[in-house]
Design a protein around this ligand. Sequence first.
Ligand SMILES: Nc1ncnc2c1ncn2[C@@H]1O[C@H](COP(=O)(O)OP(=O)(O)O)[C@@H](O)[C@H]1O
Ligand SMILES: N[C@@H](CCC(=O)OP(=O)(O)O)C(=O)O
Length: 409
Amino acid sequence: MVAQSDNLQESQCAAAPGVDPQQADSPGEGLQHEASRECDVRRSIMQADTVVVKVGSSSLASSTGHLDPKRLGAIVTALSHVVRSGAHLVLVSSGAVAAGFGPLGFETRPDDPVTRQAAAAVGQGLLMAQYEGAFSRYGVRVGQVLMTAFDTIRSSHYHNVQSTLKRMLELGVVPIVNENDTLVTSEVRFGDNDRLSALVANMVRADALVLLTDVDALYTAPPTEPGAQRIGFVPDVVAQLDGIKVGESTSGVGTGGMVTKLEAARIAAVSGIPTVLTTAAYAGPALMGDPVGTVFAPLKHRGTSRRLWIRFASNPKGTVVADAGAVAAVRGGRASLLAAGTVGVDGVFSAGDPIWIDSEQGVHVAKGLAGFDSDEIPQMLGRTSKQLSRFLGEEYARPVVHRDNLVLV
Ligand SMILES: Nc1ncnc2c1ncn2[C@@H]1O[C@H](COP(=O)(O)OP(=O)(O)O)[C@@H](O)[C@H]1O
Ligand SMILES: N[C@@H](CCC(=O)OP(=O)(O)O)C(=O)O
């Protein structure tokens, strides 16, 4: 963002207790602290060019659970300043169910999933109409993007969504993303929008992720518990959350609670993206780098978005079992899994689907994208590339999982 905040004083730049910025612990798997100082993380959020903001149902609904246009309007006012200051904004917004159940005659948010899906179908259009009206007061154009978990799993869908979002941002449009509630089944649903927002942040290579909810920060325990203390800064969300009690949603409106928000912060951190979590009323100050909410430092080694997608979004469909030599080669970091080192295959999958690579002891070694359909692999097990090309044809002399499509677990 272009705007500067006077409130971000150097005096805030104290390292977190017990963390030496020069010698921070490594959280493992080659990750290192990018910025251990709270002020640096807040400053990078303030200076972000591309920001993904996630708004939860609990921030958009009144105490009765219905969509509250006043709350939505206040959020839009804060976000419009960000857009007008020159930043690119992607808004991941829940609220379709909250907008839809009232007009259908329900007094409270329906419990059963199919009625909720029907409410979302009615509410999504109403939600967008509210956003359209509110953003247009600031001259900001918006566009609707509905996604399912499948779109973050299938490579072709992922790349299509990615290029559409990129083009919308180039055109100055604010994409408003929600899960496509009417299409999702229980197997492939996010349910909450927290993880979706982190995957979208990764997709658009955002510089900051902002999670807006009904609580002002992460606490050491659900804030309803006596003695719960606010946490202002988390330098390492992958390794340093021992002793913090995170709970499910208690609002009766949201889904996922703090558990899924921390998952989102983790995905963002290892994607090299800082996160700030706070209440919707502090959206403006959080985006200006003010000391509100909880900030999560990014961790180094961003990796390619493809690898991050394999790591976080993909839901393995099957398993290929590797012998000890192949396991050692894959763990070494730069080797593909060749048919010569495979001893078994399990599950039904197509080439391009995510699969596990397991050791013969049944330990997950890596996750990767299959090079072949599951029914092609049995005839390839233990064969060298020369044998494969001679007996099955040249097209089989390829890795079962190529190293570019593989992440260690
Ligand atoms: N350790 C914690 N710190 C802060 N909030 C917590 C914690 N554990 C659980 N929560 C709960 O998480 C809720 C926010 O999640 P949720 O209701 O799903 O909101 P949203 O609709 O914004 O996604 C808070 O209202 C709070 O009660
Ligand atoms: N896609 C749903 C979101 C469900 C939900 O409550 O999510 P969240 O508020 O992010 O925990 C909707 O628009 O109502």
